[in-house]
Write a protein that binds this ligand. Structure first.
Ligand code: GRF
Length: 216
């Protein structure tokens, strides 16, 4: 069977991209990164891709203000060029339009550093601390046309501790991001994910656990 070909969209440091690459190289994820595309030519994520001999393509968004659809059709063109089966948004700091969503229906995943539907958008670790929640975490979801609204695939939970800064909470969450993104991709690669309305059904279900978290 052909390996799932992933196209990764990034804007920054690319630690989630790195985790996916590492999981592939270590045999934990059966897929290949076909291309990494960035709206920022100087994104460190592009360097990470090059280091692993993965095509790294900057697609500048300059000059596309108010023409987001046109920009997204450039992305679609690039992704098609590399024959991508699944698109992942790994710290891609742009809101995407229907042009991209409809080109890859239920085939775009995003990782978000909060337990959606709480705290969508930006600066969410700070917002979680300020709100006083006892738990936060991260969410991998399929992307629809809303902001962080699509069907949820996997979530991981971490405690919010007394004395946490947004950086310390972000670091705790990021560790989990690096696990669950690959896990969601692997489930997709195995053909185990079906979207039914807002719900993602996982064939065979997931392993159960009695270890529920309580904080404090
Ligand atoms: C992560 O926190 C991710 O959840 C959010 O953007 C950040 C990207 O980090 N969407 P990195 O570039 O993968 O290190």
């Amino acid at each position: 069977m052909n390996k799932l070909r992933i196209g990764v969209l990034v804007s920054g440091r690319g630690s989630n991209l790195q985790a996916v690459i590492d999981n592939i190289e270590q045999g934990r994820l059966s897929a290949e990164v076909a291309v990494v595309i960035s709206d920022q030519a100087d994104a460190f994520a592009l360097e990470r891709a090059r280091k692993h001999a993965i095509p790294a393509v900057p697609v500048s968004a300059q000059g596309f203000r108010g023409r987001r659809e046109e920009y997204d059709s450039l992305l679609v063109q690039e992704l098609r060029k590399y024959d991508v089966d699944l698109v992942i948004l790994a710290g891609f700091m742009r809101v995407i339009t229907g042009v991209l969503v409809h080109a890859f229906p239920n085939r775009i995943m995003n990782i978000h550093p909060a337990l959606l539907p709480s705290f969508p958008g930006l600066h969410v670790q700070k917002a979680a601390i300020e709100h006083g929640v006892r738990f936060s975490g991260c969410t991998v979801h399929f992307v629809d046309e809303g902001m962080d609204t699509g069907p949820i695939i996997i979530q991981a939970v971490v405690p919010v501790l007394d004395g946490d800064s947004s950086d310390s909470l972000a670091a705790r969450i990021l560790k989990q991001e690096h696990k669950i993104f690959s896990r969601a991709i692997q489930l997709f690669a195995e053909g185990k994910l079906t979207v039914e309305g807002r719900r993602v059904v996982i064939a065979g279900g997931m392993a159960g656990t009695d270890d529920f978290l309580i904080n404090p």
